[in-house]
Design a protein around this ligand. Structure first.
Ligand code: ZN
Ligand code: ZN
Length: 311
């Protein structure tokens, strides 16, 4: 299993500005000039935030499992994912399966710019539990909003209406869904293959007011090797945004621990958060996880555009 992140933001794309780049160069220069600049200390003195960015594209994660292409959500990151897939050269024989958690803009607005969908001979299959998923995708491409209708792509496009009571199988990969709390609903998906598992939650809040839904989510996440979760807000901000349908890393750590997941990936960052703020959330999340975990500590990682994980 190979996982690659192409879009990690929530709500709206946040492109880097020249001011951001200038600040990073300034910080890198300070690091270079610092007295401790031996090679062995380089990683310490080139922290992620002064040389990287978490990225500004909205939700898009690519998974290759058993030679099968899966795209989890179709936010603006799926445009670059499409370019990557064109380079793979196997699309004529291997369909692309696009799984949509829900149809808020930040999870679908990259689809009209997913270039493989324009090429005859390619097969693109959408899967989602959202009711009327085909109609929703067609509506995004009504002529008033986009010049190419959803029905006019060059590729063979199929839309599969899924539901969370069934289990599906695609080339030996088991696919299942679980409904989570989010305004308008959102569905986590789980991919299982050869004893390994990935769960992608999409947008979600875990509110103990609905303890049954939280318990169902924990069962659905049970034992996941990779758990990609909506950690949009800091712990402090999440208390002011109850019922907005998003979570903090701390809540996700509690849920992930109860589900005995192996690795939690922080994802779907607030567009208001700078790289520095996300990095701070990541450090705090690791500290919180170390504090609350008694045994078999779950690993914490923060997603960034370009991050690759092999499982
Ligand atoms: Zn979202
Ligand atoms: Zn949403």
């Amino acid at each position: 299993m190979q996982i690659k992140f192409f879009g990690v933001r929530g709500s709206i794309p946040v492109p880097a500005t020249s001011l951001h780049i200038k600040e990073k160069l300034k910080q890198a220069e300070i690091n270079i000039r610092s007295e401790k600049n031996t090679e062995s200390q380089q990683s310490e003195y080139f922290p992620f935030i002064s040389t990287h960015t978490f990225g500004g594209n909205t939700s898009s994660v690519y998974c290759q499992i058993n030679d099968t292409h899966f795209c989890l959500d179709g936010g603006t990151g799926i445009r670059e994912c499409g370019n990557y897939l064109l380079g793979c050269g196997s699309l004529q024989t291997h369909p692309v399966h696009i799984i949509l958690s829900h149809t808020h803009w930040d999870h679908i607005q990259g689809i009209p710019f997913f270039v493989p969908i324009y090429f005859p001979g390619n097969k693109i299959i959408f899967h989602s539990c959202c009711p009327d998923i085909r109609k929703r995708l067609e509506n995004q491409q009504l002529f008033e909003y986009f010049p190419v209708p959803f029905s006019s792509f060059g590729a063979d496009v199929e839309v599969r209406q899924c539901n969370d009571t069934e289990k599906y199988e695609i080339n030996g990969v088991k696919l299942s869904f679980n409904k989570l709390f989010h305004p308008g609903d959102s569905w986590a998906c789980r991919l299982d293959f050869n004893g390994k598992s990935i769960v992608y939650t999409g947008d979600s809040e875990y509110n103990e007011k609905d303890s049954r839904q939280v318990a169902n989510a924990i069962e659905f996440f049970r034992g996941a090797d990779i758990l990609i979760m909506d950690t949009m807000f800091s712990a402090e901000e999440s208390w002011t945004k109850l019922d907005w349908g998003h979570s903090s890393a701390n809540v996700c750590i509690d849920i992930g621990n109860r589900a005995e997941a192996r690795k939690l990936i922080m994802f779907h960052y607030s567009p208001a958060y700078s790289d520095e703020m996300i990095y701070e959330q990541f450090i705090k999340a690791r500290e919180y996880c170390a504090m609350v975990s008694r045994k078999n500590k779950m690993e914490i990682e923060a997603a960034w555009e370009g991050l690759e994980i092999n499982l």
